[in-house]
Ligand binder design. Structure first.
Ligand code: GDP
Ligand code: MG
Length: 435
């Protein structure tokens, strides 16, 4: 029984995709368990070209890996077809032999996306990616959603659902003065795309459980999208996503027993980033420093949304927040941390600020509190570590890192009690130090 789960420990975009891509090398199956095309991962191929992935698991770049889009995910057929086409255009083959789509995942219907746009344009906007994620999730909970099985079972019914949804919404779109659309054509095009996914749709829960119970079980890597603070239950509600982004989400989003989970890999970024609204205790507001940290915005590793293109907010490394994520994800299960962007830490200059505790209402907190309003009331307490000057992007051995970089890693390990087993020193596939 060997499922390793990879989750984001911070606010998303920690570099999960690149570590999944790396770990996929030794995995038979990579399975995505939550979220939709609102997620974005950048994987750099061995030839240096980059691959932007949204829904397709980051194992797709490896020829021996089966990729599963699990029942916990939310599917926009048009976006998924386009993504598959983009992957194919990079010379990577995609077929039912290396991609399976859960028949129990939910379809994002056209009116869900319009709903999202309408909400974001109004006072209730939350910095959503306007992908219809919250909407499809609420329809799922109301049991009026469409599962992906409908593509095979009754495409005609799907077209009706898409059309009826748009027609029901029409008066609202008109009242808000939104451009008119041809509902019939939108619904028709939607189903045409959905039909192109037919070959991938299957009972992935059954398939995965069969594999896991074989005498020689396969090695499964469960890939979580988004991150701890965006978890619908454990994140900074309401500034969250609509699914479970923590390790428990893997069992629900793939239909596998908790007892099968072996290791948990929490990914954190040395300079954490955030897209959208919500409290951010260690946010950096100093414009000069932000410019220095962001650097060249045209580079592959620029802190700009893979999905939205929005410039990401940046913040100092936040130990209380990591400790909470670690608590919920399960520090007792073999938990390791993968830390990305160690190569960016130099950009701070002489000293590296690390938040070691919060001050809230006269109390010092080692572990972050549970609510957005409490995070808003929290002040960061910083400690400062000495920085280094050398370029570390070519280094592959921990011992060869400048002593201050080693101390920085050891300090975080000591403060969290989690071993840091992978360290990113650049965005390329091989720019990782493993320990
Ligand atoms: P994900 O959503 O967690 O998969 O992360 P993203 O791919 O959206 O964002 C992470 C960004 O950081 C991407 O632009 C990566 O290319 C980049 N990145 C990841 N690890 C490293 C690293 O160790 N060093 C540098 N410089 N960039 C990295
Ligand atoms: Mg991302």
């Amino acid at each position: 029984m060997a499922i390793d789960v990879i989750v984001g420990l911070q606010r998303g975009d920690e570099g999960k995709g690149r570590f999944v891509d790396m770990l996929a090398e030794d995995s038979n199956v990579v399975a995505r368990f939550n979220g939709g095309n609102n997620a974005g991962h950048t994987v750099v191929l061995p030839d240096g070209r980059d691959l932007a992935l949204h829904l397709v698991p980051s194992g797709i770049a490896h020829s021996h890996t089966m990729n599963i889009i699990g029942n916990g995910t939310l599917i926009n057929p048009i976006k998924l077809v386009e993504e598959i086409e983009d992957i194919k255009s990079k010379g990577i083959k995609v077929s039912r032999d290396n991609l399976k789509l859960s028949s129990a995942s939910h379809l994002i219907l056209p009116h869900h996306i319009y709903d999202d746009e309408i909400r974001e344009a109004g006072a209730g906007g939350q910095g959503s990616t306007k992908s219809g994620i919250a909407q499809v999730s609420s329809y799922k909970a109301m049991r009026t959603g469409a599962r992906t099985e409908i593509i095979k079972n009754s495409p005609k019914k799907l077209e009706e659902l898409a059309y009826d949804g748009l027609m029901a919404q029409k008066p609202l779109r008109e009242a808000l003065g939104l451009p008119s659309i041809n509902e019939k054509e939108v619904a028709k095009k939607y189903v045409e795309y959905a039909q192109m996914l037919r070959e991938y749709v299957t009972d992935t829960v059954f398939w995965l459980n069969q594999q896991l119970r074989k005498p020689k079980p396969v090695k499964v890597l469960a890939e979580g999208a988004q991150a701890f603070l965006l978890d619908i239950d454990h994140g900074m509600y309401p500034f969250t996503t609509s699914s479970s982004t923590t390790s428990g989400g893997a069992t629900i989003g793939l239909g596998v027993p908790p007892s099968f989970i072996k290791n948990i890999v929490g990914v954190a970024k040395a300079i954490q980033s955030h897209v959208g609204g919500g409290p951010f205790v260690t946010e950096i507001h100093d414009k000069k420093l932000l410019k220095q940290l962001h650097g060249d915005m045209k580079k592959i590793d620029a802190e700009k949304g893979t999905t939205t293109g929005r410039v990401r907010r940046l913040g100092y490394f936040d130990l209380p927040q990591i400790r909470r994520a670690q608590m919920v994800n399960g520090e007792e299960t073999n938990q390791v941390m993968a830390l990305s962007k160690l190569d960016w830490v130099q950009r701070f200059g002489d000293k590296i600020p690390i938040c070691v505790a919060y001050q809230r209402k006269g109390k010092t907190l080692k572990i972050a509190p549970d609510a957005a309003y409490k995070l808003d009331q929290s002040e960061p307490v910083y400690e400062y570590l000495p920085n280094w000057e050398e370029d570390i992007t070519h280094i592959r051995d921990f011992e060869k890192l400048p002593i201050n970089a080693q101390n920085y890693i050891n300090y975080i390990e000591h403060q969290t009690g989690i071993p840091i087993s992978m360290i990113g020193v650049g965005p390329q596939r091989d720019q990782v130090i493993t320990r």
